[in-house]
Structure formats: C-alpha cells, structure tokens
Design a protein around this ligand. Structure first.
Ligand code: BEZ
Ligand code: FE
Length: 304
C-alpha cells in the first residue's frame, strides 16, 4: 500500500496489511481484531488528541500503581467487566457440570498458611461473627474427590484484605485446607463483609467519574484443586448484602449465592453455618483462573 494513500478510512487496512507477517496464527487473530476494534472505537467517538493523551496518561498511571501487592491492570479489567466476560466464556466452553466459577480478584496469594480441617483461618484475634463453611467435594459423576487442596481468602471484620494493610506480607484471613478422604471439608472463619474495591488509584478515579458505588458484596474466595480434576476458582456470596445485584466487578453468579443459618448438621452447630458442596470438572478443561498473585505477574514482567 502506498503511504500517501493512507487516510482515516484506509489506515486500518494498512495496519492489518503490515501486521500480516505475524507468524503465530492466534497472536495474529488477536492483534488484528484488537486493531480493528481500536480504530473503530476512535472513529466512533471521534477521538481528539487531548483525549488520546488522557487515555495514555491513565494507562501509564495504572502501570505505575502495579506492584507485587497490587495489580491495577487486573482491577481495571475487573471493573470494565472484561475479567467476568473471559470467565463466563471459559465456563460456557467447558460446561461439564462443574461448580460455576467466579473471579480470582487481585487479592489471591500463593503460600498461604496451612490449616487443619475445622481450624480458624485468622492468624490473630478477630472481632466479627465466626461462621462455619462446610460441605463435600465430588467430581461430575458424584464420586468423592479425596484430599482436595482448598485455598480460601477473604476480608476481615473491617472489610479489609491483609494485602490492603500496612504489612501486606503478614498473611491473615487466608489459608490452605485439605479435604478428608471422603471429600468433606470444614473451615471456621468470619462472616465476610461487603467492601469497597481499592479506590485510591487511577481505577478509583474512573469509578468516581462514572458515579459508581465501588462496592463488592460480601464473599469468600475458594480455589480448589486435586490431581486429575480441573482447578476451580470461585467464591460464595452472601445473599443479604445490599450490593448483591450491583457488584462493581460483575462476579456474582446465582448458584454461588448463599446465606448462613443455624444448622444442626454443621460440624459446628453453634455457629451460623453455610453448607456448600463443590463439583470439580474434568481435568481436560482449562482452569478458570482469571488472574494471579500480583507478585507473580510483577516478577514475570521484570525478568523478561
Ligand atoms: C475481590 O474479590 O476481592 C475483588 C475482585 C475484583 C476486584 C477487586 C476486588
Ligand atoms: Fe474478594
């Protein structure tokens, strides 16, 4: 294509033409589509130079806010509904009867403390309401999955994750449990509180500019894995939360909405309890992990 012939309509084809040498077919598909949509977006809103620069400044700030304890790009993806869309498409692709997945979010850490079944998940004294979450883990044919690894993380009684505190390396309200040989699990934890997503960075500026409330309804994250089964990334949501229908990151799914109750069958009948049975999908499906421990992304990004 002759350069002088480029105008605001032919530039998209010119860019696609130049990128046509991309060897990896999937990379080509993704980048071609991204360019087509980016150009269409700029034309649709008739993007002005100063607006383009604002966008560049915003994305630069998002990058600067990323650290081993904070992933502002994932937060941006979450608040734009992109993470939930990727998650939903992944669930649809697999759909083999496994438990519905939900967002990993920015507060997952590897190497959380190990606990015995029934042990309390906090590393120090907490206020708030203690609850029990228990149930059974089976495969899609209803057979028990023995000894599954269950990673759990949530906010404390103030509605804050350990990663949001001054010493984020002190892990609290997160832990690793293993189901027993019959697939049963039981944890003692706090009733989670709904909370504001981190709004002190550029994503917070965007949320305020959009007039959104910024809350997530109360939830407890679960990541469950066992050899021969698909890793499950999900969360249980408290149905009576004011924001159950307006989650800022679009993570709530009907089958994951629960409520505590007095339950004589609970391993801790004196505690408000939630019974939730999980079903692990077949191993050949891909994990629904949309996200990662921020420190892993940071170390990969700097060690290329
Ligand atoms: C969370 O589940 O904690 C979360 C998910 C996405 C964005 C912010 C927080
Ligand atoms: Fe969360």
């Amino acid at each position: 294509m002759i350069t002088q012939a480029i105008d605001e309509h032919t530039i998209t084809d010119a860019a696609l033409d130049q990128m046509s040498t991309t060897k990896d077919a999937r990379l080509k598909e993704i980048l071609d589509s991204a360019v087509r949509h980016l150009h269409a977006f700029a034309r649709e809103v008739d993007l002005k130079p100063e607006e383009w620069l604002e966008g560049i400044k915003f994305l630069t700030a998002v990058g600067h806010w990323c650290s081993e304890y904070r992933q502002e790009f994932i937060l941006l993806s979450d608040t734009l509904g992109l993470s939930a869309l990727v998650d939903l498409m992944n669930d649809r692709r697999i759909s083999d009867g496994g438990t519905t997945s939900s967002l990993l979010g920015p507060f997952y850490r590897t190497d959380a403390p190990q606990y015995e079944l029934g042990q309390f998940i906090g590393t120090h004294e907490h206020g708030g309401t203690e609850i029990c979450i228990y149930g059974r883990i089976t495969d899609v044919d209803g057979h028990a999955v023995p000894n599954a690894k269950i990673e759990i993380w949530q906010t404390d009684e103030e509605g804050v994750y350990d990663l949001q505190k001054n010493r984020p390396e002190d892990m609290d309200m997160r832990g690793v449990y293993h189901a027993d040989a019959e697939g049963n699990y039981c944890i003692r934890t706090l009733r989670p509180l709904g909370y504001l997503i981190p709004l002190d960075g550029p994503v917070g500026d965007m949320i305020r500019a959009q007039g959104r409330h910024g809350f997530r309804p109360a939830h407890v994250h679960f990541m469950i894995g066992a050899p021969g089964h698909r890793e499950l990334v999900t969360a249980l949501y408290m149905g009576n939360d004011d924001h159950i229908d307006s989650d800022t990151v679009f993570g709530v799914r009907g089958p994951l909405i629960t409520e505590t109750k007095q339950d004589p069958s609970s391993p801790f009948p004196n505690l408000p309890s939630v019974r939730f049975d999980y079903t692990l999908g077949r191993a050949e499906g891909m994990s629904g992990r949309v996200g990662a421990d921020p420190s892993q992304i940071t170390s990969k990004a700097v060690s290329h």
